[in-house]
Design a protein around this ligand. Structure first.
Ligand code: ADP
Length: 304
């Protein structure tokens, strides 16, 4: 085999171009910095739950990503284009459900959807009709008379109808009752999975994410503190506690990355740590204890 051939065979497939790429994004309201040099990439087909405490900047981030709010510095690209000068063709590939949708509430769902249909080159009538009936939305009732949950579902139908390649949902289940939230989100994601749509939805409610988001991004202090597939996160993250020197020695010898450390007093510390993607966390040894973490531990640890 020639060396050129072996190089070709051994070469890794190129990473797909990100659907959204944010680099060094900075955005402040007056003196309050909300996005502080944030880097983020969403790859085609990824389903990402954006997790952050109330007021951490999730809405600001999603709006900036879509060009609805101007960042002071940094670069934001969607489908390879700069967001500030996004082409109509790229715009038509986005579906967005804001926290408060302006649905033209004097119209009926049918009238509103007909109106939006005229703006898009692609529109899936069968999907719209199927979802209206599945989600029990009366197509002829004035939107103002629909419940909050029905209006939220209608906004989602509007965002799915043109089969977007990037679907952005800001707290999409806020108006639904707690019991139905996760199942509805799962169903929503299933709607787009076979098309390879990139999905990002924000939430501050952990239970929304289980069985729904394959990737979780934690927003904290104006940056994405960590993004990884949920199952990988749970398998590779642990809590290490014990005397500082012994904890640090274990982290170093096993190549664990410290995510957050808390002083426990008496020369002891507790560290939330992560090992490499395919490595297993160490076991407890001597004075040092190593425990598994829950998603809640991670949320509390990473979004302080
Ligand atoms: P989240 O979606 O995570 O709850 P937001 O992005 O809504 O967070 O808000 C982040 C912070 O920015 C909050 O402290 C909020 O009060 C502030 N904020 C949001 N929008 C504005 C605005 N238009 N003007 C001034 N401050 C704002």
């Amino acid at each position: 085999m020639t060396s050129a051939m072996s190089m070709t065979l051994n070469a890794k497939p190129p990473e797909p171009a990100p659907t959204a790429a944010l680099t060094g994004v900075h955005l402040a309201y007056g003196r309050q910095t909300v996005l502080d040099g944030l880097d983020w990439a969403l790859l085609p087909g990824q389903v990402v739950g954006l997790l952050g405490r109330n007021g951490s900047g999730k809405t600001t981030l999603l709006e900036a990503m879509l060009g609805l709010r101007e960042a002071e510095s940094g670069s934001i690209r969607l489908f390879g284009e700069t967001v500030a000068t996004l082409s109509d063709a790229a715009r038509a590939r986005i579906g967005y459900v804001p926290q408060q949708s302006d649905l033209f509430d004097w119209l009926t769902p049918t009238q509103m959807l007909d109106y939006f249909k005229s703006f898009y080159p692609r529109w899936n009538d069968a999907k719209v009709e199927g979802l209206l009936s599945k989600w029990n939305i009366a197509p002829g009732k004035t939107i103002a008379k629909l419940s909050g949950g029905e209006q939220q579902r209608l906004a989602i139908i509007r965002a799915l109808a043109h089969e977007p390649d990037l679907l952005v949902l800001d707290e999409p289940v806020a108006s639904l009752d707690p019991a139905g939230r996760r199942d509805f989100l799962r169903e929503l994601v299933d709607q787009v999975l076979n098309r390879g749509t990139t999905v990002v939805f924000s939430t501050h409610i952990l239970s929304d994410l289980e069985r729904v988001a394959f990737n979780i991004a934690f927003l904290s202090a104006g940056r994405i503190a960590l993004q990884a597939p949920l199952d990988e996160l749970m398998e590779t993250t642990c809590r290490v506690s014990g005397p500082v020197a012994a904890v640090q020695a274990l982290l170093q010898s096993r190549g664990l990355v410290e995510l957050r450390s808390t002083a426990l007093g008496g020369g002891r510390q507790q560290v939330l740590a992560r090992c490499a993607a395919n490595a297993e966390p160490p076991s407890s040894q001597g004075d040092v204890s190593v425990e598994a973490v829950t998603l809640e531990d991670l949320f509390l640890g990473l979004t302080q």
